[in-house]
Ligand binder design. Structure first.
Ligand code: ATR
Length: 269
C-alpha cells in the first residue's frame, strides 16, 4: 500500500494541496497518496490520532489548526517554534515532528519564481495573525533595509514585533502615511472577505512588488488597489502555496520536486 498523506483543515474541500502533491509524486516517482481530511473544529487531535492509527505518514495543516498542530507534536523545528504554528506534521513511530514551511515557501517564491531580491529592500507586512507570524523571521534573515509591520489593531502588531528576534517597527495603518516600501505583503485575511486593509495612498515605492498571500481566480482587492496605485509588480499566493508544499514534500520524502513546473501547471487550470 502506498504511503498516506493528507491536508487537514476545516474547511478543506477547496484545497489545491492534493493536486500539487500528486503532481510532485508523479514527477519524482514517489509511491504515495495524498487526500483531504476534514476535522471537526473541536476534534483536531482525535482526527489526527485516527489518521496515524490507519498508518498515515504525514499531514499538511491548514486553518484553523496550525497552532494546535504545534501543541500536538513531540518535536518542533526551530521554524515551528518561532511561528508557534505548524503546517507540516511527520509521523515516525511514536514521534510527531512539526515544522512550518510557510516562510520558506514565501521566500522561495519571491527569490526564485519572481526574481525579487530582499536584501537592502524596505518591507511592509500587513496583518499580525498566524499568516504574518510564520513569515517574519525567514524574511528578516534576508537582511531587508527596513521591516515595518502594520495592523488594524496596532497593539497586536506591537506584541508580535516584540516577540521576534530582530528589529522591526510596528504600528497602525495611519502610521504609514508619507512612507514608501519596495515590497508590500498582505498577510491579513481581508481578501477572504473581499475587503482591503486601510492603506494610505503612496505606499508603493518605484518598482515595488505587491504580494497577496491569498489567491483567487480574479484579482484580490489588495492587488487591485496596488495596480491603481501604480505598483510595478504584483503576485498572488499561488506560488507560495506550491513552494511551501515542495518544502513539506522534501521533509517527508527527502526529494525536492520541480516546483516551478507544477506552478506553471496550476496557472493553466
Ligand atoms: P490568521 O491566523 O489567518 O492570520 P487571524 O489571526 O484571524 O488569522 O488574523 C487575521 C489578520 O487579518 C489580523 O491581522 C486582522 O487584523 P486585526 O488583528 O486588527 O483583527 C487582519 N484583518 C482581517 N480583516 C481585515 C480588514 N478588513 N482590514 C485590515 N485587516 C484585517
Amino acid at each position: 500500500m502506498p504511503d498516506q498523506y493528507a491536508v487537514i483543515g476545516n474547511p478543506v474541500a477547496h484545497s489545491k494541496s492534493p493536486l500539487i502533491h500528486a503532481a510532485f509524486a508523479r514527477q519524482t516517482g514517489q509511491d504515495l497518496v495524498y487526500g483531504t481530511l476534514l476535522a471537526p473544529k473541536d476534534a483536531f487531535a482525535a482526527t489526527v490520532d485516527a489518521f496515524r492509527a490507519r498508518g498515515g505518514r504525514g499531514l499538511n495543516v491548514t486553518l484553523p489548526f496550525k497552532g494546535e498542530a504545534c501543541r500536538y507534536a513531540s518535536v518542533l523545528s526551530s521554524r515551528a517554534r518561532a511561528a508557534q504554528a505548524a503546517n507540516t506534521l511527520k509521523f515516525d513511530g511514536a514521534a510527531i515532528f512539526a515544522d512550518n514551511t510557510d516562510g520558506a515557501g514565501l521566500v522561495n517564491d519571491l527569490l526564485h519564481n519572481l526574481g525579487f531580491a530582499i536584501a537592502g529592500r524596505r518591507i511592509l507586512l500587513l496583518g499580525a495573525g498566524g499568516a504574518a507570524r510564520g513569515v517574519i523571521e525567514p524574511l528578516l534573515l534576508l537582511q531587508p533595509a527596513q521591516f515595518m509591520l502594520a495592523n488594524r489593531t496596532p497593539d497586536k502588531a506591537q506584541q508580535l514585533a516584540q516577540s521576534v528576534h530582530g528589529a522591526i517597527e510596528a504600528g497602525a495603518y495611519a502610521a504609514l502615511a508619507g512612507r514608501q516600501f519596495d515590497l508590500v505583503i498582505n498577510a491579513t485575511s481581508a481578501s477572504l472577505a473581499g475587503e482591503l486593509p486601510p492603506l494610505p495612498s503612496g505606499v508603493f515605492a518605484r518598482g515595488a512588488l505587491a504580494y497577496d498571500m491569498m489567491y483567487d481566480k480574479g484579482e484580490t482587492p489588495f492587488l487591485a488597489f496596488a495596480r491603481e496605485q501604480g505598483a510595478a509588480l504584483s503576485a498572488d499566493g499561488l506560488g507560495m502555496l506550491v513552494e511551501q508544499a515542495a518544502e513539506s514534500f522534501f521533509i517527508w520524502r527527502g526529494v525536492r520536486p520541480d516546483s516551478a513546473a507544477v506552478l506553471k501547471l496550476l496557472r493553466q487550470i
